[in-house]
Write a protein that binds this ligand. Sequence first.
Ligand SMILES: NC(=O)c1ccc[n+]([C@@H]2O[C@H](COP(=O)([O-])OP(=O)(O)OC[C@H]3O[C@@H](n4cnc5c(N)ncnc54)[C@H](O)[C@@H]3O)[C@@H](O)[C@H]2O)c1
Length: 447
Amino acid sequence: MKISIVGCGYVGIVTGVCLADSGHKIYFFDKNQEKISNFKKGKPLIFEKNLKKKIISARKKKNIFFCDNLNQTIKNTDVSFICVGTPFGKNNINLKYIKNATNEIADRIKRKKKYTLIYKSTIPPKTIEKVCIPLLKKKLGNKMNKNCNVIFNPEFLREGNAIYDFENPKRIIVGIRNNISKKIVEKIYKKYKKKSKIIFTDIKTAEFIKYFSNSFFSLLISYSNEISNLCYKLGIDFIDVLNAFKLDSRFNSKNKIPEALKYLVPGIGYGGSCFPKDIKTFIKFANKNKFDLSILKKVDEINSKQPKIISEIILNEFKRKKVRNCLFLGITFKENTDDIRNSTSIDLVNFIAKKKLNIFIYDPIFSKEKFLKNKSLFNKRITYLKKINYNSKFDSLIINNNSIEFKKIVKFYNNKFKSLIFDSRRIYEKEKFKNYSGSGLKSFVEN
Ligand SMILES: NC(=O)c1ccc[n+]([C@@H]2O[C@H](COP(=O)([O-])OP(=O)(O)OC[C@H]3O[C@@H](n4cnc5c(N)ncnc54)[C@H](O)[C@@H]3O)[C@@H](O)[C@H]2O)c1
C-alpha cells in the first residue's frame, strides 16, 4: 500500500520504517523540513536499537520516500498515519498539532476519491469524535463520510525497544467507524497478523485503552516508589520484599515472571514523553466529565516528588562519607534512547548539583552536541564527559540505567577506588559491591 507518515518523531519514524520494511511504500513528511532533509541524507533522527538496519533494508527495497511538501505526500498515498506530538500545555493536553495536521490534510484530500486517516498520536477519549471529525466535516462537507475514512490506532511501543515492540505486537488496537476500515487495517498489518490479535473497537474505546494502559504502569511505579520510601525509613531493603512477592503463584504460574513486575522496581519516578503527560491528561479528561480520578492524582503527586526524595537520601550519604565529586551515569529518561523529555535523571542531577559537589555526567547515547543544545536544562556546575578517563578518581557514582557500558565502569570504580555506588534503579546485586546503596535501601553497605 502507499502510506504516508505525517510527523517524523519517535512514533512516526518507527511506524514508517517498519511498515516500509514489511513491504509498503512509505512517504515521510514532517513540518520540520530539516528533519526530512537529514533523514534523506541518512542521518539518524532518533536513537533506537536496530533502526539503522531497518532503514537500510527498507531503502534497499526502495520503499522509503521523503516529501518536502504535503501536497505531494497526500497525492502519492491512500492512507496517512498521523503521528504528531500531543504535549501537555499549561493546564491540559495541547491538541494544536492534531488540529493543524487534520486541517492541512483535509485541504488536500478534497481532491481524492477515497482517503484514510489513521490517528496514532495519544489523544483523550472522544477527541476524534468531538475535535477531528468536525474539522474534517467543515473542510469536506458532505464528501466527508464518502471520501474520508477515519481510524484510531494507538501506539504501545516502548522507546529503546520500539522496533521490537512494533514488529512483535501482542495486540493491535484499532478504533473504527465502519467495516471498510477493518479491511484496510488488516492489509496494513498483514505481516504482523500471525503474531498478534487485531482488536477492533469503536473509536472512543480505543482512545481510552491507551490511557488505561499508561495509567496502570504509572500506578505500579508510584506504588512501589512510595512503599520503597517507607522501607528506606525502616531499614528494609525493598528489593528483598519485591523478590519474595514476585514468586507468588498468582504471577508465577508457569515459572515465568511477568515483564510488568519490572515496573515495581523502585527508582526515581517515571519520565519520558508519555506517562507524565498522559496521566495528567487522563485526570483532566475525567474532571471534565465530572469524575475524580483520585488514585491517579496520587500517582502523579508521588511521581513528582520522587527525584527530590532520592536526591536527599543521596546527599545525606554523600555528607556522611565526605563525597566531593560524583560521576552521574545516564541522563536520558531510560536506557537505549536519546530522549530526555521529562527525564527524572535530569531532575535528580540538578537537585544534587545544588550542593557544592563536582558533578560529571556521562551518557554516550546522549551526545555532547545534544548536551550543548540543551544546556539550559542543566545546573551550570555539571560537566559533560565525552569519554571516561579511567585515571580520574570519582568518590561516587550514581547509575540511572542498565546500559552494558555502565556496568563495566561501575565494576572498575568499585574495584579500583571503592567508590560509593548509588544504584537509582536497583539494577545491580548489592552483595557484589564494596560500597553500595540504591533506591529503597537504607544505607551504603561496606564489606
Ligand atoms: N514516544 C513514544 O514512546 C510514544 C509511544 C506511544 C505513543 N506516543 C504518542 O505518539 C505521538 C507522537 O509522539 P512522538 O514521541 O513521536 O512525538 P515527537 O515530538 O517526537 O514527533 C512529532 C513530530 O510531528 C511533527 N509535526 C507536528 N505537527 C506537524 C504537522 N502539522 N505536519 C507534519 N508534521 C508535524 C513534529 O515536527 C515532530 O517531528 C504523541 O501523541 C505521543 O503521546 C509516543
